[in-house]
Design a protein around this ligand. Structure first.
Ligand SMILES: O=C(O)CCC(=O)C(=O)O
Ligand SMILES: [Fe+2]
Length: 226
């Protein structure tokens, strides 16, 4: 399932992020690429231990921790600290699949990348190209979102970023290990939760709500791994 989360950051937060990132120290993105991605990757990134990356990454995690849509869609067990990238002057990232397992910086902890996320930080009218193209079983989707919007997509997908031929594209990206590893089960729970939320608004007195909420939790109990 591919899903857009509108306004993951407020307009004020996006403005602060862009102000800080325009003055940041960028490094060649190939420093963190595996040997397949090495060929394909032409962008810049902040170092994982850059204090700015840590500070802005924590602000993103704080915002998402209070975002019901993010929680419902990802059922997060572990979220990797967000990284930041920059594409300009034809910068691009060719087709690749993200590594299945990533280490939490400075720790022995490993995270399985069930879900990939890109948080767009530059308004789309400020650059040409820079679409995140995601291939899945339903075809190919070109994603270019307003600043502050986030896209979630399965970690299993082949994806690429098309060359940025005008302007600069700034983004944050990160991965989530979900309590529910199976994509189909995760999507079923998301759809059930969405329907329960709708019923809560439209028919709050319905006794079916108690039953459906019970079904949701009983499925989550069966399908989750902590
Ligand atoms: O810049 C993006 O939207 C995606 C970056 C990406 O695919 C990666 O770093 O693995
Ligand atoms: Fe990727």
């Amino acid at each position: 399932m591919m899903l857009t989360l509108p306004d993951a950051l407020t307009a004020d937060q996006v403005a602060q992020f862009r102000h800080a990132l325009e003055r940041a120290t960028w490094q060649d993105g190939r420093a963190t690429a595996g040997h397949v991605a090495l060929e394909a990757k032409r962008n810049e990134q902040l170092a994982a231990n850059d204090p700015l990356a840590v500070q802005l990454g924590n602000a993103i995690l704080d915002a998402l921790g209070g975002n019901p849509l993010f929680i419902s869609a990802t059922l997060p067990l572990k979220v990797l600290p967000p990284s930041f990238n920059r594409y300009a002057g034809g910068g691009t990232y060719g087709n690749h699949v993200d590594n299945a397992i990533r280490a939490l910086p400075g720790s022995a902890h490993r995270v399985r990348t069930d879900i990939s996320a890109t948080l767009f930080l530059t308004p789309p009218e400020d650059y040409d190209g820079g679409e995140l193209v995601i291939e899945d079983t339903y075809g190919s989707h070109a994603v270019k979102l307003p600043a502050g919007h986030l896209v979630l997509y399965p970690g299993t997908s082949v994806h690429r970023v098309t060359p940025v031929t005008r302007g600069v594209r700034l983004a944050a990206f990160f991965w989530v290990q979900s309590l529910v590893r199976d994509q189909t089960q995760r999507e079923t729970l998301y759809r059930l939760d969405t329907a329960i939320q709708q019923l809560t608004r439209e028919a709050p007195q319905s006794s079916a709500l108690v039953e459906l909420t019970g079904v949701y939790h009983n499925l989550l109990r069966q399908w989750s791994h902590t």
